[in-house]
Design a binder for this molecule. Structure first.
Ligand code: C2E
Ligand code: MG
Ligand code: MG
Ligand code: MG
Length: 285
């Protein structure tokens, strides 16, 4: 049966593949120009300490404002940046923006917040990273402890020794480290003991279902218990409802991040939004 319409099928699929290939090439070309055309922007999402509802930090989330495509979310372009070897330069732009932003927050009297910055695997193991960070600390007169770098579990699968060495270098400089999207990768819990990390962020996919799905609930509660037993901080991402936040607090999850508290805020509005809404932000229940 397949053979009867074989020719047509083959042509159809190859045309589709060709179109996808061309779309992908065009995306890569646009991204190559995006940095010099200043089309990237940071949005900052608040992180809330659940026990006292205090705003304790922000996560920097990259956005691409493309004239032809509109505001493109990172899931649609980070992997392309990585593949096209553009993630290191774009990542340095994110880092410098983050430092400059923290200097601005300090001036506005919001200097006790910690900024979390996501790092791709190539950025973490880039030999230039520790030097650049040291220079930026000097330039903006900030402390390494003002920053936390978020790394995903999947990086550990590739080159564990090199990854751990790079992590240890950042820790030695005084930066905090977090494992992002915890639960979605393949790393076993026993890895956690070997890793120089401060924080575990439970992936939002488990939080979304935690009150409707027994398996997700069990994963959340046992992860919180285990992470706390190891003496690390635990953060839940993707908190969207009061009920989720209450349950997370009951199980002693340290921090929450999610639309319940705040959506990511454009960098240009950050100081104003935080100063005007800080009381509301800290009264979510
Ligand atoms: P992530 O680091 O796990 O960031 C959390 C993501 O969850 C963000 O998506 C955030 O907008 C979204 N989120 C937060 N709260 C909620 C909620 O309550 N409900 C829902 N539905 N979503 C929520 P975003 O900004 O689209 O970023 C996606 C991913 O892109 C990030 O996931 C991170 O892995 C990557 N990324 C973003 N910025 C950077 C960057 O500067 N460098 C690198 N290497 N990766 C980045
Ligand atoms: Mg993250
Ligand atoms: Mg995450
Ligand atoms: Mg994620």
């Amino acid at each position: 049966q397949a053979k009867a319409r074989g020719g047509g099928c083959w042509h159809f699929y190859s045309q589709q593949m060709f179109d996808a290939f061309q779309d992908r090439l065009a995306l890569e070309q646009d991204l190559k120009l995006a940095l010099s055309l200043q089309q990237f922007d940071l949005h900052l999402q608040p992180k809330i300490r659940l026990a006292d509802r205090k705003l304790v930090g922000l996560e920097a989330l990259l956005r691409w404002q493309s004239p032809s495509r509109g505001l493109v979310p990172p899931d649609e372009f980070i992997s392309v940046l990585e593949y096209a070897q553009l993630m290191i330069p774009v990542g340095y732009w994110v880092i410098e923006q983050g430092f400059s932003l923290m200097a601005g927050l300090r001036q506005a009297g919001l200097g006790d917040l910690q900024l979390a910055i996501n790092l791709s695997p190539a950025q973490l193991t880039d030999p230039g990273l520790p030097v650049v960070l040291e220079q930026l600390l000097q330039k903006y007169q900030l402390n390494a402890a003002d920053f936390e770098f978020e790394l995903t579990e999947s990086m550990l699968a590739k080159n564990l020794t090199e990854t751990i060495n790079s992590m240890q270098r950042l820790k030695a400089q005084g930066f905090a480290l977090a494992i992002d999207d915890f639960g979605t990768g393949y790393s076993s819990l026993s890895y956690l003991r070997q890793l120089p990390v401060d924080t575990i962020k439970i992936d939002k996919s488990f939080v979304f279902g935690m009150l409707d799905n027994q398996a997700d609930y069990d994963i959340i509660t046992s992860t919180i218990a285990m992470v706390r037993k190891l003496g690390l901080q635990v953060v839940a991402e993707g908190v969207e409802t009061q009920a989720q936040a209450k349950s997370l607090l009951q199980h002693q999850c340290d921090q929450g991040q999610g639309y319940l508290f705040a959506r990511p805020i454009p960098a240009a509005n950050l100081v104003q939004t935080l100063t005007e809404n800080i009381n509301q932000l800290q009264q979510w229940r």
